[in-house]
Design a protein around this ligand. Structure first.
Ligand code: COA
Length: 173
């Protein structure tokens, strides 16, 4: 296993055509189906980076800005933003367009966190570090440390007093 990897090595793209079974009675894509595809594409991306099995540890805020319609084509792109010790953060972007490619639009995005597990023992295992190259990759890499603190505090895995970057967001009780 490599000690350090590039974002491009694990970037994962998934395309889906929205079919009648995917929609609600208004003909719009069900939010839960979109979240399932977001989980799958980001898990494949995380697995490629970690070179092992991963489990979803948490999903940050997801909002749906505008409906995706029956017959639309959606593209989900997942990239690693940062690798920590045994976990990685993945940024997933969703865009939609009509079947012929007209009316392209950004739909939504989210950050997923995955933990790399040893297949036999299911114990978290160390992951390769990430080397960001482009300006965008560097921005996502640097901000990931703050998002990590927020999600671990909200999950009850870190005390606000242990945070370095976002301590002031939380009240000490
Ligand atoms: C995710 C899981 C493996 C973490 O196990 P754990 O015993 O809490 O592990 P640890 O406290 O040792 O933390 C291991 C890593 O997980 C990260 N982690 C734990 N909880 C997290 C959360 N809510 N969000 C993001 N990362 C989290 C830790 O930060 C740590 O990462 P690091 O080593 O890079 O710093 C465990 O909670 C689990 O198996 N959950 C179920 C996963 C699952 O079934 N997912 C599908 C849901 S349907």
């Amino acid at each position: 296993m490599k000690k350090e990897k590039l974002v491009a090595e694990s970037r994962t793209v998934m395309t889906e055509l929205i079919m009648p079974n995917d929609t609600n009675p208004l003909g719009d894509l069900m939010g839960g189906y979109l979240m399932r595809w977001m989980d799958i594409v980001s898990a494949i991306c995380a697995s490629r980076h970690c070179e092992c099995h991963v489990v979803t540890a948490s999903v940050d805020h997801i909002s749906f800005h505008e409906p995706i319609k029956l017959g639309d084509v959606i593209t989900l792109t997942a990239t690693i933003t940062r690798a920590f010790n045994t976990s990685v953060e993945v940024f997933v972007e969703v865009s939609a367009a009509d079947m012929p490619g007209t009316n392209p639009r950004q739909s939504n995005h989210a950050y997923f966190s995955f933990v790399a597990l040893d297949k036999e023992t299911r114990v978290p295992q160390k992951v390769p570090t990430l080397l960001p190259i482009t300006n965008e990759e560097k921005k996502l890499y640097e901000s990931a440390i703050r998002r990590r603190e927020i999600r671990l505090i909200l999950a009850g895995k870190m005390k606000p007093s242990e945070a370095i970057h976002v301590k002031s967001f939380f009240a000490e009780l």
